[in-house]
Ligand binder design. Structure first.
Ligand code: NDP
Length: 242
């Protein structure tokens, strides 16, 4: 099966590195017009060298006003949205600090909500429908040591995704999440570079190894492409939405 996004505009957040970068490149290769949003200019510069058709937007998604401004034009006419940008900081529960809590929720939950609002308003106004994928994590379902705040943000993101699926479904906007286990990106290395720690995780994965970021990219692209996806698909949405 050939996947083509020709004629579609896709917006990917956190497109400078890791899974987001891989997603932006894969969507462009599949024919989409891609808007890549991230906050490090150098990452956008190197992304453009790799794929000159990508449209760069440099903004800190933690800044509500700046995001509104940056996406005023680029966020319109979007058919496919991937909320991928996230922040992870490891702290044991008893040492969690309020600033880390606020930064994490601001990016991992509030920015996903905000960018989705901007994009979904456009989809609703145009009456064209669309597809949104939020990149959550296994950490939304499983308690991970030193991941208190990260786990909590991803649990919140899962519930945000379900309510978005419920409320945006009538406009033919599909909303789903993918919940990867560890992927060895910059973020993945932060928590799982230590072989001892990694073993506790890989020993629970049937194939005994972590995924490459391309696995995550392929799964989320399948959610973008088709009705397939756990929350919005008429076949699988129950019991997630009521
Ligand atoms: P990376 O840390 O490799 O990349 C994250 C990207 O998001 C970077 O380009 C980063 O830019 C950008 N970003 C972060 N904060 C902001 C911000 N405030 N404004 C704009 N851009 C921002 O992460 P991964 O690729 O590993 O993770 C991608 C997604 O997958 C995340 O949602 C993560 O939670 C999820 N995930 C990852 C797993 C893993 O093991 N890697 C496992 C499960 C889920 P900059 O570098 O400039 O900050």
């Amino acid at each position: 099966m050939e996947i083509s996004f020709a004629g579609k505009r896709a917006l990917v957040t956190g497109a400078g590195k890791g899974i987001g970068r891989g997603t932006a490149l894969a969507l462009a290769r599949c024919g989409a017009e891609v808007v890549a949003v991230t906050r490090t200019r150098a990452d956008l510069d190197s992304l453009l060298l790799e794929c000159p058709s990508i449209r760069p937007v440099c903004v800190d998604l933690g800044d509500w006003g700046a995001t509104e401004e940056a996406l005023r034009e680029a966020g319109g006419n979007v058919d496919l949205l991937v909320n991928n940008a996230a922040y992870a900081m490891l702290q044991p529960f008893l040492e969690v600090t309020p600033d880390q809590f606020d930064i994490s929720f601001n990016i991992n939950v509030k920015a996903a909500l905000h960018v989705s609002q901007i994009v979904a308003r456009g989809m609703k106004a145009r009456g064209t429908g669309g597809s949104i994928v939020n990149i959550s994590s296994q950490a939304s379902q499983c308690a991970l040591r030193d991941h208190t705040v990260y786990c909590a943000t991803k649990g919140a993101l899962d519930m945000l995704t379900k309510v978005m699926a419920l409320e945006l479904g009538p406009y033919q906007i599909r909303v789903n999440s993918v919940n990867p286990t560890v992927v060895m990106t910059e973020m993945g290395r932060l928590g799982w570079s230590d072989p001892g720690k990694a073993k506790t995780m890989t020993s629970r994965i049937p194939l005994g190894r972590f995924a490459g970021h391309i696995h995550a990219v392929l799964l989320l692209i399948s959610y973008l492409y088709s009705a397939f996806g756990k929350y919005s698909d008429p076949l699988t949405c129950f019991p997630f939405c009521y």
